[in-house]
Write a protein that binds this ligand. Structure first.
Ligand SMILES: Nc1ncnc2c1ncn2[C@@H]1O[C@H](COP(=O)(O)OP(=O)(O)OP(=O)(O)O)[C@@H](O)[C@H]1O
Ligand SMILES: [Mg+2]
Length: 302
């Protein structure tokens, strides 16, 4: 347990409430609770025989659940301390062997995690899809932060955060479009409680419902990726400024009602890259105003 964080870690913990909303847009209601739990976890203020913190992140696809875990974990621990498990791949009895080792002498994926790191984040996506025996493992993790692998060793996971994510109850959100966020949150939490085991639901410290992204937040996300792309190009000598027509076009191409903002990063990279390539291929410098070219329905540097 890291009870006396060094000054670098302290600075990272202090910055977390500024960094998270800069990276994750439209989910500001979740951020204070995540920041508070992580700060307490890192400062040794949580129970030593439990994970440093546990979270259930709910809500539709592509709205920032996994990205939140990635950003928070990398910021607090540095790269390489996030271990991800897609529970849709752990739906049968053999899954238990994969995680904890099937034969004497095997340590399983979770044993391998513990060999590589003493602290970090364990992320279990689509938690409700796990086989009941796998849910037992999650319960043990949440309860005592200890797991016994096939070698007979009992491993200590008290240096880890446990994050469960799920889209439970979010599909119906479309039909509840006109309800307010509080009603939607209640609906998703009730559905999650029914689908996950009540014991698991009760053991998780923070249950957070991520919201659908409003149009304003979709624009913000497009702008975030675009400004990074513009910076990247500037470092290569291409000076590009933004016209107000570019962002709505990028939202149209990079936001999908079913996938959320998932396509945005690639869409920005491709569409801006194509606009710059078009300049360079015709022997023009890629410097100017980036705007929507209505005729060809693409971005262009004018
Ligand atoms: N709120 C957001 N702020 C900034 N970027 C976002 C946000 N939501 C989604 N994105 C972008 O979309 C990508 C996919 O989002 P993410 O993986 O967090 O989705 P998710 O909520 O975990 O969805 P799923 O339930 O399908 O796993 C992110 O990597 C990021 O590029
Ligand atoms: Mg995810």
């Amino acid at each position: 347990m890291n009870k006396t964080p060094d000054s670098h870690k302290l600075a990272n913990l202090q910055e977390l409430d500024v960094l998270l909303p800069r990276e994750i847009r439209g989910q500001s209601h979740t951020i204070p609770r995540i920041v508070s739990a992580v700060r307490r976890g890192e400062l040794g203020l949580t129970k030593p025989s439990r994970p440093r913190g546990s979270f259930l992140l709910l809500g539709p696809t592509g709205v920032g659940k996994t990205e939140t875990v990635v950003v928070a974990t990398n910021h607090v621990f540095g790269e390489g301390k996030l271990f991800r498990f897609d529970m849709s791949e752990f739906q049968n009895q053999e899954a238990l062997g994969l995680l904890l080792g099937a034969r004497l002498g095997e340590i399983g994926y979770l044993g391998a995690v513990r060999e590589r790191a003493a602290e970090g984040s364990l992320l279990f996506d689509e938690a409700e899809k796990a086989h009941p025996r796998v849910l037992d493992i999650l319960l043990q993790l949440l309860d005592a932060a200890r797991l016994t692998v096939a070698t007979g060793q009992t491993l200590d996971f008290s240096g880890f955060y446990v994050w469960l994510t799920s889209n439970i109850g979010s599909a119906e959100l479309m039909s509840l479009q006109h309800s307010n966020e509080a009603t939607l949150e209640r609906h998703v939490l009730t559905r999650a409680q029914q689908a996950l085991r009540p014991e698991i639901f009760a053991r998780v410290n923070e249950k957070l419902v991520f919201h659908r992204l409003s149009y304003e937040h979709q624009l913000e996300i497009a702008e975030k990726f675009l400004s990074r792309e513009i910076e990247f190009l500037a470092a290569r000598g291409h000076r590009i400024e933004l016209d107000k027509t570019a962002l709505p076009f990028l939202v149209r191409k990079g936001f999908h009602p079913k996938l959320g903002a998932r396509p945005m990063r690639d869409a920005v990279e491709k569409l801006v890259g194509d606009a710059v390539a078009e300049c360079l291929l015709t022997g023009r410098p890629a410097c100017g105003i980036l705007a929507h070219d209505e005729l060809h329905d693409r971005l262009c540097v004018f």
